[in-house]
Design a protein around this ligand. Structure first.
Ligand SMILES: [Zn+2]
Ligand SMILES: [Zn+2]
Length: 131
């Protein structure tokens, strides 16, 4: 069982299985909310165990389309944990323990600031890798 939580602990969740993939998004949205490292989880493996009433959502404005969830108490970015999709990204920063996974891609490298140096060999995409 993989556990995750926000900084203040109001929000807690569990993953019944290892996330399928990890990616890093360099778009300005992910950077500003501090959730550039994302793991992709199956909806059926994700269970929110605490804090649904503390989750706030920042609605994306066009051209951005993904709504961002965060803890309304401490501000921790959670990813898209209220998504209705079959799978969705969860901010890897929320995971409590370590998991055996490697970053598999970098997306929106076109929006990456020059001070941020990519330190792994994962594939890089100018924008979305999967269209
Ligand atoms: Zn919190
Ligand atoms: Zn992004």
């Amino acid at each position: 069982m993989i556990k995750g939580s926000c900084c203040c602990g109001a929000i807690q969740f569990e993953l019944s299985e290892q996330p399928g993939m990890m990616g890093t998004c360099h778009c300005s949205r992910c950077r500003k909310v501090g959730a550039s490292h994302l793991v992709f989880v199956k909806a059926e493996s994700f269970k929110l165990s605490r804090g649904l009433d503390k989750i706030s959502t920042f609605k994306a404005e066009p051209p951005y389309k993904y709504d961002r969830c965060f803890c309304s108490v401490c501000g921790t970015s959670l990813g898209e944990v209220l998504s209705k999709g079959d799978s969705f990204p969860v901010a890897a920063n929320c995971l409590d323990g370590d998991i055996d996974i490697e970053n598999q891609f970098h997306e929106f490298v076109s929006e990456k600031p020059s001070w941020l140096k990519i330190g792994d060999k994962a594939k890089q995409f100018e924008e979305h890798p999967f269209k």
